[in-house]
Design a protein around this ligand. Structure first.
Ligand SMILES: *Cc1c(COP(=O)(O)O)cnc(C)c1O
Length: 369
């Protein structure tokens, strides 16, 4: 096998090597059936078993209660920005919105097309470098739902606790931190996530929805935009992305083998911890995000140097097999995305690279100064 690099890409992102190897070994002849998993009917018994494994994997790992359904859809997290309000907005009721980053703003733009939104908390005043604090009386108890993005992939912040929204359903975009930690699912009305960060390859959107909310969908909605179509058909309303589901089932098995979300959560804290420590203990690097709100999935950082040097940093890193460290085009700087599957060795290699880069460049700039 060719040497694999350390992949810090924000998404699609690195997947567990064991899962890739398993997919490779089974690819041509799944379970001795003489064909690939991607060549068989999505309604076959064999595929349905895979789908059941994906569903029960989510259910057991996240401890999803019977009050909630798990759906596998398409259209990415971005379609949920429209599907959520189309299904659960309520006439004459407002949506309470928490604005914590670029993905929230994109969601807000779409939700506004379906419902009136009140931004009840925002961190836009400081470039989304923190999570705004909130108390429950900021939530209008007559609102249709409250919306937030749990992990801000681009800005590098993450909710460590979720606001108490009382009787109002909480909707969360968890595209970049689902399955990274334990959750109390009963606190949420809807959780959705695109698959390509922490769950599998691109092409599947996971939606966890509290069943009573399904009554809100209007029958006049196009069927493909109505959650009920997918609830009633076990996510097989139309052709499901079978390969994505197969990969997701394998990733969920892998998480179980790691020791479930207890072990994953501990591992993620450790991995992010050593990287933030390396940044904080150096005078050459800094993290613009408030300490208490830092994401364990997307570590954004900058150099105390020119933007030109930042460019040099990620180009040299790229050459040394540390890939995808360029910050999002809208914010610049650097970003290490270190989802569940990113190995600790990758972070250690990055820290070593950072030390060498600092030693080389800081001394140079000091000499010039
Ligand atoms: C990546 C991402 C999205 C967009 O996902 P798509 O699947 O490309 O639509 C939305 N929200 C968050 C938080 C993300 O990280």
């Amino acid at each position: 096998m060719e040497k694999r690099i350390f992949n810090f890409s924000a998404g699609p992102a690195t997947l567990p090597l064991d899962v890739l190897k398993k997919a490779q070994s089974e690819f041509l002849n799944y379970q001795d059936l003489g064909m690939s998993i991607i060549e068989m009917s999505h309604r076959s018994k064999v595929f349905e078993a895979v789908l059941d494994r994906a569903k029960s994997g989510f259910k057991s790992l996240l401890n999803i209660p019977d009050t909630h359904d798990i759906l596998f859809l398409q259209g990415g997290a971005s379609l949920q920005f429209s599907m959520v309000p189309l299904n659960i907005a309520v006439k004459d009721k407002k949506v309470c919105f928490i604005n914590t980053g670029i993905w929230s703003k994109k969601a807000l733009k779409e939700i506004k097309k379906q419902a009136e939104c009140d931004v009840i908390a925002s961190s836009e005043d400081k470039n989304f470098s923190y999570i705004p604090s909130m108390n429950s009386d900021q939530v209008n108890q007559d609102a249709a739902f409250v919306y937030l993005c749990s992990n801000n992939t681009i800005c590098g912040t993450q909710f460590k606790q979720f606001p108490d929204t009382g009787h109002v359903p909480l909707v969360a975009d968890m595209s970049s931190d689902i399955l990274s930690r334990k959750l109390d699912i009963s606190k949420f009305g809807i959780i959705f996530a695109g698959s390509q960060k922490n769950i599998g390859p691109a092409g599947v959107t996971v939606v966890i929805i509290r069943k009573d909310l399904l009554d809100r969908s209007d029958k006049t909605l196009p069927s493909m935009l109505n959650y009920n179509s997918f609830v009633d058909s076990n996510s097989l309303y139309n052709t499901i992305p079978t390969f994505g589901i197969y990969m997701i089932a394998a990733v969920l098995d892998w998480i179980k083998q790691q020791g479930g979300l207890d072990a994953i959560e501990k591992n993620n804290a450790e991995k992010a911890g050593i990287l933030y420590d390396a940044i904080d203990s150096s005078d050459y690097y800094y993290c613009p995000v408030d300490k208490k709100d830092r994401s364990l999935m997307n570590v954004v950082f900058r150099l105390n140097d020119t933007e030109e040097k930042e460019k040099e940093f990620f180009q040299q890193a790229e050459n040394q097999g540390l890939s995808g460290l360029k910050g999002h085009r809208l914010v610049g700087g650097l970003r290490a995305s270190i989802y569940n599957a990113h190995p600790k060795e990758g972070i250690e290699a990055l820290i070593n690279f950072m030390k060498t880069f600092q030693a080389t460049n800081q001394s140079k700039s000091q000499v010039m100064a």
